[in-house]
Design a protein around this ligand. Structure first.
Ligand SMILES: [Zn+2]
Length: 246
């Protein structure tokens, strides 16, 4: 099915990019992105994916909006305080782009429910703030071979990589142990916006088959010094998650 006239206008500027075009735009329309966490990373990622015309977004977050979220979680407004983030996100995203279907999921990620939640997704975005849930998602991504875009952020720094089993290292190869973190850690909105936006870029590129995704490389960003570093990452042959999936 072709794009509507309104869609052609909405997406006009991005379709001018080499390797994008109307064909690419249809690929985006047919894609489903699972966004785990509608917080500092999930907000910019979801907004840019919706704006770009990803056909279906599944937004998974069981928490409610607090005043302390609003310095970075740009999906939300003051009047959303006290409501579930996934549902508040749907409202904001539908207002931005009514051509996008948004499925809110008010559930905590567990070993038991994750396969059903992710099911038919094209890509998984790790916009979480804890490694327990990340490891559950990572295992699912390795087992199903769905590409998994990890990002993490603290203060004015963060990191991102694209994981695709069995080709690349998985999250457990890179971080065999969770990174240390406090329950309430410092975080700047522009910094989480940076990393969440990079996640959206990588997801769009994946769907379009454009350029090179950030595979086998961890991109680390230091916002205070405004420096990017690329760290080469390798599969751990003894990895308990992906070690046997070559
Ligand atoms: Zn691994």
């Amino acid at each position: 099915m072709g794009l509507l006239e309104k869609e052609l206008a909405r997406y006009q500027r991005q379709m001018l990019i080499d390797d994008w075009g109307e064909e690419g735009q249809k690929k985006l329309r047919d894609a489903t992105v699972f966004i785990a966490g509608a917080g500092g990373l999930g907000s910019p990622a979801a907004l840019f994916l919706a704006a770009a015309g990803i056909g279906r977004l599944k937004i998974c977050d069981p928490s409610e909006v607090f005043m302390t979220n609003l310095n970075r979680q740009i999906l939300f407004r003051e009047w959303d305080i006290g409501t579930n983030k996934a549902y508040a996100a749907r409202q904001a995203l539908m207002e931005l782009n009514p051509h996008v279907e948004v499925e809110p999921i008010d559930e905590k990620i567990t070993q038991q429910n994750i396969a059903g939640l992710v099911a038919d997704s094209t890509i998984i975005l790790d916009c979480l703030d804890n490694f327990a849930s990340r490891y559950i998602l990572n295992r699912l991504a390795v087992n199903t071979r769905i590409p998994f875009i990890h990002a993490g952020i603290e203060g004015m720094a963060g990191q991102i990589t694209v994981i695709h089993a069995p080709e690349t290292p998985c999250l457990a190869c890179i971080f065999p142990e969770p990174l240390p973190s406090k329950k309430i850690f410092p975080i700047a909105g522009a910094a989480s916006g940076m990393l969440g936006t990079l996640q959206a870029c990588e997801a769009i590129k994946w769907v379009l088959g454009m350029g090179e995704n950030l595979k086998d490389r961890l991109l680390a960003w230091d916002g205070k010094l405004m420096q990017f570093h690329e760290i080469e990452i390798k599969k751990d042959p003894g990895c308990p998650v992906c070690g046997n999936s070559t």
